[in-house]
Design a protein around this ligand. Sequence first.
Ligand code: G3H
Ligand code: ZN
Length: 284
Amino acid sequence: MPLVPMTAFTEDVKKHKYAVGQFNLNNLEFTQAITEAAMEEKSPVIFGVSEGALKYMGIDYTVAIARVAAERAGVPVALHLDHGSNFDMVMKCIRAGFSSVMFDGSHHSFEDNLRLTKQVVEAAHAVGVSVEGELGTIGGVEDDLSVDEEDATLANPEEAIRFWEETKVDYVAIAVGTAHGMYKGVPKIRYDIIEKVASNIGAPIVLHGGSGVPDEAIIESIRLGVGKINVNTESQVACTETVRKVLAAKPNEIDPRKYLGPARDAIKEVVKGKMRLFGSSNRA
Ligand code: G3H
Ligand code: ZN
């Protein structure tokens, strides 16, 4: 089936209270691993592609690989620009064939974020592409996106509600205490913010920085209204640790398939585990 916008998931996510995982693409093996996981779990899935990954993979390759994956998967697959930083990048991805985009205006003032996100929603919705917006700044490092802990700011619930009312974004990412990358301690998630926002808007909440969040925190966040959870670092750690292990056992190995193949399997296991935890297995 063709790539779908994230709005294809919304009704079922809200009705059955689960979350669809966004798993970031970094190369072909990530794409294959995430696709196989979705097929085996019979789960809807979102391919997330950051601007850094786009630079590395190429927008044309990315769309082509995603399209092939969606055709063969037999489950609904969205191709989603992750943390799009400007209108041009968002439009470039839509023109190339992305079915969903995030405009991350969280580093702008609230009013500018509102204004710029509205522009993106108007253009994207005109061609059936879904939009995710962001309120509050999520800490940590994700590609070229780096926010120091002291600069990370929690989302203001009243602003988040007004943001959704005025922009009508399809998914709302709010900073509630998670961060990109692996955590040093246990993240303190502001469930009160999730609950306040989720009970006053019609769109699912997005949790960024899903790697390393304890299972019970994930389950509680979904119960309160999180309908999309992003995971990248855990998949990258599984991939790279496997490559290191294979090369440590066979230092003279030169065939990339001998270490990228096992890495692909390791990524798949991480993704399958998250789909079960998020409750999206057997929801396709
Ligand atoms: O946008 C991508 C996600 O927020 C990734 O976060 O690498 O901490 O799982 P993570
Ligand atoms: Zn993120």
